[in-house]
Design a binder for this molecule. Structure first.
Ligand code: ADP
Length: 290
């Protein structure tokens, strides 16, 4: 099973080019789509989910033409949108039952069994009679996965699912996704580097509608070996340092900026070698440093 995207482009009516000749190969397993806000992730996700059209390009899911055979794709698709925001006062059980009916599970006995199994799977069975409106952020996202999994989709799309979750909830959500990702294609869009690091065997970095990297996170990190250097600097010296070096990132660590720069050989100036991480990959790619 494979999702193949070729030459996908989309310009909105206001002139924003949200996707610019995007090509990706997405195999079974967890695939991370990493980009800042506004990079084009949701546009790509909605297009794969058959909810909007592209101006050019193609998407194929095995033998299916995703942009044309929309009904057939929808039968194989689970989607957790970024703004999955329906949290009515009805119970998780009733809502999931209703959504399963909409997805075509018309036989009441089968539907009840499937809905129960789904609630078990996302660890919400004990909360099934509680109103969705009373759920925490993490419980809502797990419910979102349960609704996306109705009908055993081959392709699962989850758009920015960990935003707003506390660390404990995020971990529980990671574990759930990792389990799901063993059997189907899961595309996870995120601006959180850690999401990709923890979960994804393959990834793409997307920036201003373009793919800047596609491959294994480890390979991208390995390619930076020996090229990342770090130094703590007083805040007052930061601007001068940024002017003289190819700065990957500067972040506050214990109240003082820790600067990472990109250089093929030691930049001197008090810098020491740093072990590169995925965050270095992300910022050096979107900063056009490599
Ligand atoms: P991301 O999900 O990575 O934050 P989006 O796909 O939502 O990115 O947005 C990509 C770009 O397209 C942004 O500049 C955004 O403002 C713009 N955009 C998204 N949706 C629309 C729309 N319906 N009409 C016009 N511009 C849009």
């Amino acid at each position: 099973m494979e999702l193949v995207i070729e030459g996908l482009s989309k310009t909105y009516a206001n002139g924003v080019k949200a996707l610019d000749n995007v090509s990706l190969r997405v195999p079974k397993g967890m695939y991370g789509l990493l980009g800042q806000n506004g990079a084009g992730k949701s546009t790509l996700m909605r297009t794969i989910a058959t909810l909007q059209d592209a101006d050019a390009g193609s998407i194929r899911l095995d033998g299916l033409d995703v942009l044309r055979e929309k009904d057939a794709v929808r039968r194989r698709l689970g989607y957790l949108p970024q703004d999955f925001g329906v949290y009515p006062r009805i119970s998780a059980l009733d809502m999931l039952d209703h959504l399963a009916l909409l997805k075509g599970l018309v036989h009441p006995g089968e539907r009840r069994a499937m809905v129960g199994a789904m609630l078990e799977r996302v660890n919400l069975f004990d909360h099934r009679k509680k109103a969705l409106a009373s759920f925490s952020g993490g419980m809502r996202q797990r419910f979102g996965i349960a609704q996306a999994l109705i009908g055993n989709p081959q392709l699962l799309i989850v758009d920015e699912p960990t935003a707003g979750l506390d660390p404990g909830e995020r971990n529980r959500f990671y574990n759930l996704l990792a389990e799901v990702g063993e059997n189907v294609i899961v595309i996870l869009s995120t601006h959180i580097v850690e999401d990709v690091l923890e979960l994804c065997s393959r990834m793409a970095i997307i920036h201003q509608g373009r793919v800047l990297y596609e491959g294994e996170p480890e390979a991208a990190v390995a390619a930076l070996a020996g090229k990342v250097w770090q130094r703590r600097v007083p805040k007052a010296d930061l601007a001068a340092l940024e002017a003289g070096h190819r700065v990957i990132s500067s972040k506050m660590v214990a109240g003082q900026p820790l600067v990472h720069v990109y250089a093929d050989t030691s930049p001197g100036d008090g810098f020491t070698p740093a072990a590169p991480g995925l965050e270095d990959v992300f910022f050096s790619r979107i900063g056009g440093l490599c």
